[in-house]
Design a protein around this ligand. Structure first.
Ligand SMILES: Nc1ncnc2c1ncn2[C@@H]1O[C@H](COP(=O)(O)OP(=O)(O)OP(=O)(O)O)[C@@H](O)[C@H]1O
Length: 349
């Protein structure tokens, strides 16, 4: 005769596909109803809607039929979080993306008209200073052709990858993701337009960011594909434009600014980098790369100068090597702290 015991006995050898344990042993058989030759069974597994479930379905039906059923009705459900944790497995997390609605992260894109003006240096020091001020900060080194953030911050490890999720590297309290993490032997990458956007999109959707108040984007110089993608993907991103004091540099940087304005991105301000050199002997400022570029750019874009950063190298800290990060007490580190505070005030009011 068909009994619950007989069916349970028949199901003993059927294994839950993800845990590889008997569905009976792990209390996966939630219900057995017998009505003459018809047996309906409800089974809990750790993940429904998969190919494994289809295979399991066949095995269960066979086993129940062998126990004497004429026909089998089968339903699957997913173990509850509590049940999963009792079984020693983590419940599959809701995959969250930085592009989801309701995410309160402020995106700040750092751009420049041309390369070599210190855009990456400004990005890493702004990110570090915001973190020093207690903010939760991430940085995406999206400078596909000239990724330099890991080196600048002295990062030697690679991000951890679990399944399809990428875990950013933490350095000085900043969560860091760089194109450089995914390139072998520093070999150059040849990217075609659509691939750039795809890669960038992955950084928003596949990276397991901790809570973020600010996400700094170090963009490639100019107004190319990536800059355009960012404008489309992040309609509410704010921008900081970096220039040197030379009038020509400012003229080129203005193009990046005009693009921001056209796409309704708020410009937070201009950073004039390599603004001067302060002589240690006389204390006087020498305007090695000219003068007035930052001011001119700020005027043209109807914004303000957030900082004027002089020429100067960070002191080398052998223990915590990060060749481009200025310590808090360094005069340039102080300027970055002031700038970070200005940015916070502008955004948080
Ligand atoms: N204020 C500064 N004083 C001295 N050196 C600086 C300063 N700012 C940047 N540099 C140096 O100038 C070089 C270029 O800087 P950085 O890589 O930040 O520029 P970038 O605009 O991001 O360039 P690219 O677009 O080519 O990546 C680096 O070697 C950096 O260390």
């Amino acid at each position: 005769m068909l009994t619950q015991e007989r069916i349970l006995d028949a199901l003993k050898n059927v294994k839950e596909p993800f845990l590889n344990k008997s569905i009976v042993e792990i209390d996966g058989v939630k219900e057995i109803k017998i009505k003459e030759g018809l047996v309906s069974v409800k089974i809990a597994i750790s993940k429904t809607g998969t190919a494994e479930q289809m295979k399991l379905q066949g095995e269960v039906v066979n086993a129940v039929k062998q126990a004497g059923a004429d026909s089998v009705g089968l339903r699957f459900e997913q173990f509850t979080e509590e049940e999963l944790s009792k079984l020693g497995i983590e419940a599959p997390k809701e995959v969250k993306s930085l592009l989801d609605e309701g995410v309160s992260t402020t995106f700040i894109a750092v751009t420049s008209g041309k390369g070599g003006v210190g855009k990456s240096t400004v990005s890493v020091n702004l990110a570090t200073s915001l973190a020093r001020l207690g903010k939760k900060v991430g940085i995406i080194d999206a400078d596909i052709y000239g990724f330099s953030v890991p080196d600048m911050m002295g990062i030697e490890e690679k991000p951890k990858v679990k399944g399809e999720r990428i875990y950013p590297v933490n350095r000085f309290g900043v969560q860091v993701i760089s194109m450089g993490f995914f390139v072998h032997d520093n070999s150059p990458i040849i990217w075609r337009g659509p691939m750039l956007g795809k890669m960038l999109n992955n950084f928003f959707t596949q990276v397991e960011w901790d809570d973020l108040d600010y996400l700094i984007l170090d963009l490639p110089p100019g107004t190319g594909d990536v800059a355009l993608d960012v404008h489309t993907m992040l309609p509410s991103s704010k921008e900081i434009i970096v220039t040197t004091p030379h009038p020509t540099a400012a003229f080129v940087a203005a193009r990046a600014g005009v693009m921001a304005i056209k796409t309704d991105h708020e410009i937070l301000g201009v950073v004039e980098n390599m603004a001067y050199f302060k002589s240690q002997l006389t204390g006087e400022k020498e305007f090695v790369f000219g003068q007035g570029g930052g001011e001119r750019l700020a005027k043209e874009l109807q914004t303000e100068i957030l900082a004027q950063i002089p020429l100067g190298q960070p002191e080398i800290d052998e223990k915590d090597f990060a060749p481009s990060i200025y310590a808090t007490e360094h005069p340039i580190g102080q300027l970055y702290m002031k700038m970070a505070q200005k940015v916070i005030n502008k955004i948080e009011g």
